[in-house]
Design a protein around this ligand. Structure first.
Ligand SMILES: *Cc1c(COP(=O)(O)O)cnc(C)c1O
Length: 366
């Protein structure tokens, strides 16, 4: 079986270091906050060249809390992509704001040409998503945000250390959020997330909010919540930070092999690299004919694949009250039936990639 993702292979490759790291946290009973979280936050922000990193309980919390700390709520509108994971839009609506969807471009990022027509006096922020591991046209979005005085929050849950114009995604906006869900490029062994920002007062507010509004013991300046990265996850992430560049490079090399092997296949369209963008291939997503049958055939041949995403956000049951029409988001609508994610991870072997490619070619020659 070629799994869609193989977390065990990665664990085995660094087992000793990981086991030691976990043992250290337990020996010191540093489960919540404490030195391991602090060290990871410093590692992460230093690599990105950003002043503040606040570890939180998940990527979803990171989004929700960032919007809350930026006072986005009832009466406000926030623009985001029609094709992303639901966490992005949930964070907007859970704060009481209205989500405004924008269709994607040919690189699966938010189509920057369609953003300005959605801006009005209620618009407060844009949340671009660097989907599948590739930056959106972030400089253009930065320009739009400056022109209309909007907040820019980057969703980097799928783009750890991807760059645009040699600058890390996550460093272009007012704040950025990360997920350390186990399957992400930098994944913990449970839920985890982070918020990064250069703004001192925003960082202070977020840190306080994540810990019951408490800047110090027995003081609660505001009501907050409990959303903290725990020590074991932070210790694991600090170990994994040593390897993330190599792992991202290996994902890129795996993608290059897929692209080389599949370039002859006329029934699929391969992912394209956006100019100025470095792709960290969180997912390797092809556009293909006869998607359902291809996926079934691959599974019959012991190859697992994924679909990201089976329904674009505007068409989900929970957003039916917006009455969106499929014609409003033609690209996202088309994606639903055509996209297929092939197995990709740093540890995938050449033989595995070749088998996936051969099986796809065989399917179309039947
Ligand atoms: C995974 C993901 C999230 C949410 O992260 P969790 O840690 O699972 O809560 C948010 N946005 C995008 C684009 C994601 O892929």
């Amino acid at each position: 079986m070629i799994p869609f993702i193989d977390l065990d292979k990665q664990y085995i490759s660094i087992k000793k270091e990981i086991d030691n790291a976990i043992q250290n946290v337990i020996s010191q009973s540093a489960y919540i906050q404490g030195p391991f979280v602090k060290t990871f936050e410093e590692n992460f922000s230093q690599k990105l060249g950003i002043k503040h990193c606040i570890g939180v309980a998940s990527g979803t919390d990171a989004l929700t809390i960032t919007l809350k700390a930026l006072n986005i709520g009832i009466g406000d509108e926030v623009i985001t992509a029609a094709n992303t994971f639901i966490a992005t839009s949930e964070a907007i609506t859970i704060n009481g704001a209205k989500v405004i969807f924008v269709d994607n471009d040919e690189y699966f990022g938010i189509n920057t040409k369609l953003i300005e027509e959605k801006i009005n006096s209620k618009t407060k922020a844009i949340i671009p998503v660097h989907l599948y591991g590739q930056s959106v046209d972030i400089i253009k979005i930065q320009e739009i945000c400056r022109k209309y005085n909007l907040l820019l929050i980057e969703d980097c849950a799928q783009s750890h250390f991807a760059t645009y114009n040699n600058q890390y995604t996550g460093t272009f906006g007012d704040a950025a959020i990360y997920s350390f869900y186990p399957g992400k490029n930098l994944g913990a062994y449970g839920d985890g997330g982070a918020i990064i920002t250069n703004q001192d007062s925003l960082a202070h507010k977020i840190r306080m909010y994540c810990n019951h509004g408490s800047p110090e013991k027995h003081v609660h300046l505001i009501e907050g919540t409990n959303s903290r990265l725990d020590g074991i996850q932070a210790a694991i992430l600090s170990i994994k930070m040593k390897y993330i560049d190599v792992w991202n490079q290996k994902r890129f090399e795996a993608a290059a092999k897929y692209i080389k092997n599949l370039s002859k296949c006329n029934n699929i369209i391969l992912p394209q690299i956006r100019p100025l963008s470095s792709h960290v291939f969180h997912l390797f997503v092809i556009r293909c004919q006869n998607r359902e049958k291809l996926q079934k055939y691959l599974l019959e041949n012991n190859i697992q694949t994924g679909i990201h995403y089976a329904k674009a956000l505007p068409f989900l049951d929970c957003y039916q009250h917006y009455n969106h029409k499929t014609s409003e988001f033609p690209m996202a609508f088309k994606n639903q039936d055509e996209l297929l994610s092939l197995p990709i991870y740093p540890e995938i072997s050449d033989e595995q990639i070749e088998k996936v490619c051969d099986t796809i070619m065989k399917f179309y020659s039947l």
